[in-house]
Design a protein around this ligand. Structure first.
Ligand SMILES: NC(=O)c1ccc[n+]([C@@H]2O[C@H](COP(=O)([O-])OP(=O)(O)OC[C@H]3O[C@@H](n4cnc5c(N)ncnc54)[C@H](OP(=O)(O)O)[C@@H]3O)[C@@H](O)[C@H]2O)c1
Length: 362
């Protein structure tokens, strides 16, 4: 079968590899659609490690079940979507005609009238949804037992990212009384309100910090979905109460969770804001791995949380409580994914996911 793979000191490209067979607990999936994430093109452009199948997000049809897949959970012929660890080994990435995935990292598509449309949309969900769960449930809201009764404020910087749009929706569901401030370019503001934001701001505005401070909110929780350059510092400045505020600035810390390592942050944080934590969605996939020359052990809590959140997606989609991020269907299939990488690299993918069709299902 064909797979889109990293190559030693060369741009990624198509290779012929054998069809992967499911290990215990895995599903074999005929891939219908894939969506692209920044991590895919970043790994691919480093061309390290070579000979690995690229890609994390997919949808398709179950073609075989490994042993130990819980009875009644999945059957051959089910339409599913999910997440795999792209660029990790030579047979499990998403950008392939067939993949194998941990059954717990997959969810069934709801039954609706337009199966093709659902497959297209569902392949955009996995990474964004589990990343949001890591940032919110596992970090910012971790110690809050009665989270749904909390009346607090969450600031999402670069909220029109895939991660940001999933975080808004997830926060709205899991922490309904949270006041959500979404910071993104103005063309996305209407959509961000529809997804659940309470107020929106433009990160390019010279009065951003003052405008957010004028809300008079006590902002303890921040999520920086851009996490490059000065973005975390700007997010942190927005969280500091303004001069004429009644907010009590003495009761506890303010935290910003990042989507990239703290070493990628530039500038100085204002006093009272901590931003040394970041998420890594790969830790949710249940297996140890190397990333940027560092060894990461399996993290059962991340895995169990991701499994629970992915499983719940079926019902949330069915009930219309989660709306997949808007997507652009790209021309071509596996062989054209490099063009999608070019689009992402040049900053032309804003507020949308790029999707490729890999195969038609019967
Ligand atoms: N560690 C992890 O597990 C993990 C998981 C997910 C993502 N990430 C990382 O998080 C970042 C975002 O990924 P994603 O897939 O969520 O995003 P994405 O959908 O690819 O992000 C596109 C958005 O980035 C925004 N953007 C571009 N330049 C910006 C700037 N200078 N300041 C603020 N926003 C800017 C744009 O917002 P506007 O259109 O509003 O201008 C654009 O809509 C990537 O670096 C990715 O690798 C890491």
């Amino acid at each position: 079968m064909k797979a889109f793979m990293t190559r030693f000191l060369r741009a990624p490209g198509l290779s012929n590899i054998s069809v992967p067979q499911p290990e215990p607990g895995e599903l074999q999936v005929k891939v219908a659609y894939v969506s692209l994430n920044p991590t895919d093109y970043k790994h691919a452009s480093m061309s390290l490690p070579p000979s690995k199948v690229i890609g994390c997000d997919f949808s398709g049809e179950v073609t075989a079940l490994g042993s130990k897949v819980p009875p009644k959970s999945f059957s051959i012929g089910d339409r599913v979507a999910g997440v795999v660890h792209g660029c990790k080994d030579s047979h499990t990435g998403a950008f392939a005609e067939t993949l194998v995935a941990d059954a717990n990292m997959c969810f069934k598509l709801p039954t609706t009238a337009n199966k093709e449309k659902d497959l297209q949309a569902a392949c955009t969900l996995g990474v964004g949804w589990i990343s949001a769960a890591q940032a919110l449930t596992q970090r910012l809201y971790k110690d809050e037992k009665a989270a749904s009764s909390q009346d607090d404020t969450l600031l999402i910087y670069s909220a029109a990212t895939n991660t940001g749009m999933h975080a808004i929706q997830q926060a709205r569901i899991d922490f309904p009384s949270t006041y959500i401030i979404a910071i993104a370019s103005p063309q996305h503001h209407e959509r961000l309100y529809k997804l659940g934001a309470d107020s929106t701001f433009d990160y390019k505005s010279s009065s951003l910090v003052q405008d957010v401070q004028k809300l008079g909110k006590d902002i303890r929780k921040g999520l920086d979905c851009h996490s490059e350059g000065q973005s975390t510092v700007l997010a942190a400045q927005c969280m500091i109460p303004g001069r004429n505020t009644t907010v009590d600035d003495t009761k506890g810390e303010r935290r910003v969770i990042r989507t990239l390592p703290p070493g990628m942050m530039s500038g100085s944080l204002p006093p009272g804001v901590r931003a040394n934590e970041w998420i890594l969605s790969y830790t949710a996939l249940g297996k140890p791995f190397w990333f940027l020359f560092k060894y990461y052990p399996a993290v059962p809590d991340d895995y169990n949380t991701a499994a629970r959140y992915l499983k719940n997606l079926t019902g949330l989609l069915q009930d219309g409580k989660v709306v997949p991020v808007k997507h652009r269907l790209m021309p071509g299939g596996l062989e054209s994914i490099s063009q999608g990488f070019d689009e992402m690299r040049s900053g032309r993918v804003r507020g949308e996911k790029l999707v490729y069709k890999i195969a038609s299902l019967a």
